[in-house]
Design a protein. Structure first.
Ligand SMILES: [Zn+2]
Length: 377
């Protein structure tokens, strides 16, 4: 590796340009001037003011204004500087990174073409189905985190640790039957009177207070959680998002551009609220969720009871039930679940036997009831 370079030195006082030999030494840059004078510039005090773009020479400055200046034609100086002193060179441009950026642009270009061809020949749903299993869990997590910021903002989150732990206990009991999973599941309770629960990519489950308030026991909530857990494990959310997503997000996902994924999160969060899963995804989540309940010895009657309650409200024509809007055909689903349960009888144990379920509903701080409004929204 090269450790010596030639350049020019200006003292900042005169226009006199002197040739210099430059050495990378521990702790400082050594500059030997043509008249035998020797200068040491400690690394932490050197400023790079030029050399970040192709064709530019490297310009380093040192000391108070008017600063002393060092000009180096050979850009390999910066590369060696980064190699020799990786923790010293942080403030300096790294030409290797420029190459990386360039390569990333090429990859993004190829990815866009592949995406266009893929969606053209297979259609977007098929493409999303083929691509979803290849999206790394770490990207799903980044996307999910940024979506959660929108759907469950910190000021609306009910984070009572003891009560949250009760809900997490249910999740843990069910996951224990699922073998190894890459996902780290996170439960968020949102203080809004919405009758809904959502799954976001990367292991996030959002429960709205409106849904929690309508559960009568732990088994009912477990039924809802089982269903949402399966949407995540089977990557239904990621797949649906890929179907709705813009090409720019798909490119970001393919090349692993984190900032692109995060900025898509805002858009994705809005989609999540209106997203409809296909009927096939719904019955998959129902059935795998039910199997998970049975394997964990959780009474599946809770899941049925909850769906029955949903159906009852459905019959009353309430339009506020987004849980149903995204989970269609309640009656058919209940019938299917009942026949599955009949076909696989098994014992069950009471969940959280020493816990009074009504207490869970205090997880959110009380909200003052707004005065009745005549506005119809
Ligand atoms: Zn669902």
């Amino acid at each position: 590796m090269q450790l010596q370079w030639f350049g020019y030195y200006l003292d900042g006082q005169s226009a006199n340009r002197r040739s210099a030999k430059i050495y990378l030494e521990a702790g400082h840059l050594r500059i030997d001037l043509d008249d035998g004078a020797l200068l040491n510039w400690p690394y932490g005090t050197i400023r790079q003011t030029q050399g970040a773009y192709a064709g530019e020479q490297v310009r380093l400055e040192y000391g108070a204004e008017p600063a002393q200046v060092l000009l180096i034609e050979d850009l390999s100086f910066l590369t060696s500087f980064h190699q020799v002193l990786p923790n010293r060179a942080g403030g300096f441009h790294n030409p290797a990174k420029r190459l990386q950026r360039f390569q990333l642009t090429i990859v993004a270009g190829c990815a866009s073409v592949a995406l266009l061809l893929g969606t053209y020949f297979w259609g977007i749903p098929t493409f999303a189905m083929l691509a979803a299993p290849w999206v790394p869990v770490s990207w799903e997590e980044k996307l999910g985190d940024s979506m959660i910021e929108q759907v469950a903002p910190a000021e609306l989150r009910c984070s009572d640790p003891q009560r949250l732990a009760k809900i997490e206990e249910l999740v843990k009991a069910m996951l224990a039957t699922q073998g190894e999973t890459e996902y780290r599941f996170k439960i968020h309770v949102v203080n809004q009177p919405i009758f809904n629960a959502l799954a976001a990519p990367g292991g996030h489950i959002v429960i709205f207070r409106g849904l929690l308030d309508r559960t009568e026991n732990a088994e009912e909530l477990a039924g809802v959680l089982a269903h949402e857990l399966q949407h995540i494990l089977k990557r239904h959310v990621t797949r649906s998002l890929l179907e709705y997503a813009s090409t720019s997000f798909l490119v970001a996902a393919v090349i692993g551009d984190v900032s692109g994924i995060v900025s898509f999160g805002v858009e994705a969060a809005q989609m999540l609220a209106q997203m409809r899963f296909s009927r096939q995804h719904e019955s998959e989540a129902d059935e795998a969720g039910l199997q998970m309940l049975l394997a964990s010895q959780i009474d599946p009657a809770g899941m049925i009871a909850f769906f029955e309650a949903v159906r009852k409200e459905e019959g009353q024509g309430s339009s506020a039930l987004s849980f149903i809007a995204s989970h269609p055909q309640t009656e058919v689903r209940i019938a299917r679940l009942k026949s599955l349960i009949a076909a696989s009888p098994s014992g069950s144990q009471k969940l959280l036997p020493d816990y009074s379920w009504e207490d869970i509903k205090k997880i959110c701080p009380a909200v003052e009831k707004p005065a009745k409004s005549l506005k119809i929204r």
